[in-house]
Design a protein around this ligand. Structure first.
Ligand code: ATP
Length: 306
């Protein structure tokens, strides 16, 4: 462990502890925690994770993860099966709270607020940090009702969210909210004439974009995606990838993917987790793929293991 004082790009001095983590193989990850911090100052930090550890019973699933995630960008989480990618993602909006065996230590800040603080409103948190799952899971309701479900449930229409999202001062415009969210999810043109059809009747790729529209309808700032295209065919996957790149203009996207080409195509920064729940490398996606600092990451990316 070495102490480093880092001057960040916003000019502030940070006393970050540079932990050049000794791994179980004795290898030292070359990019230090302080460098990762500095790196992420290229954008405003939306999520800041400090010394995060997760156990499922005795299984230590994530080890000392520290990472900052910048706003309005795509952060890809990659690594072999079982290395803790989904566990990490679920920590970012406290979905792991639903797993009895999970024990979490460390801090996760969202816009500077500790999301694990006592009294955190989890409903509000999960609206601000939404989640899209591997398998599309629309409700067995109409397309319209799927999108309107969240705003109706949370009373946002009465509270004026719709005018905020639409950028003008009109109330009770649920239909316009539905249209806007479907447009933002690149689905409107395909479903405009069948909004009252059951959502289970559209294709898997359309269902996944509907789930994204449903997520957008409650005005999130961050969208967590857990392998959102892995159950889809190549054409549907390409549409989701295009959509993710568009969404990153407005939202902060964090995506778990098994598909390294996908991570390389759509993400701005990539975090590589390896077996044992270690974060081994985090940086600019081009650098991670073209010039990884860790030999183990290079071996993983070039298919030598994993
Ligand atoms: N609900 C759970 N209960 C107990 N152990 C779990 C649970 N979820 C995950 N684990 C364990 O935690 C470790 C990390 O799992 P996780 O699903 O986060 O990894 P992953 O990298 O997302 O894997 P995959 O790519 O296969 O989805 C694994 O050893 C897994 O068995």
């Amino acid at each position: 462990m070495t102490e480093t004082s880092v001057t960040t790009t916003d000019g502030t001095e940070s006393d970050a502890t540079a932990s050049s983590i000794e791994t179980t193989t004795g290898e030292s990850t070359e990019r230090t925690k302080a460098e990762w911090r500095e790196y992420s100052f290229y954008g405003k930090r939306v999520l800041s994770v400090e010394d995060l550890n997760v156990w499922y019973g005795d299984d230590h699933a994530l080890q000392d993860i520290s990472i900052d995630i910048p706003e309005k960008s795509v952060t890809a989480l990659i690594g072999p099966s079982g290395c803790g990618k989904s566990t990490f993602l679920r920590c970012l909006n406290r979905m792991n709270d639903r797993i009895d065996a999970a024990r979490i230590e460390g801090a996760v800040e969202f816009n500077g607020e500790d999301i694990y603080a006592d009294g955190t409103n989890l409903v509000e948190l999960r609206k601000r940090i939404g989640m899209v799952f591997q398998h599309p899971n629309p409700f067995p309701k109409s397309i319209r009702e799927n999108v309107a479900y969240g705003p109706r449930k949370h009373g946002d229409i009465e509270r004026g969210l719709v005018p905020k999202l639409l950028g003008r001062d009109e109330k009770d415009k649920e239909d316009e909210l539905v249209e806007q969210c479907l447009r933002d999810a690149a689905l409107w043109d395909e479903v405009a004439d069948r909004l009252d059809d059951n959502a289970l009747g559209i294709s898997g790729g359309q269902q996944q974009r509907l789930c994204i529209a449903r997520c957008l309808a409650v005005d999130p700032e961050v969208i967590l995606m857990d392998e959102p295209a892995s159950a889809l065919d190549p054409i549907a996957t390409a549409k989701i990838e295009d959509l993710i790149e568009d969404l990153a203009e407005e939202y902060t996207v964090v995506i778990v993917t098994h598909n390294m080409q996908q991570a390389a195509r759509i993400s701005d920064q990539t975090a590589v987790f390896l077996t044992g729940g270690e974060l081994v490398e985090y940086g600019d996606t081009d650098q991670v793929f073209e010039d990884p600092r860790s030999q183990r990451v290079e071996d993983y990316i070039t298919g030598k293991f994993g």
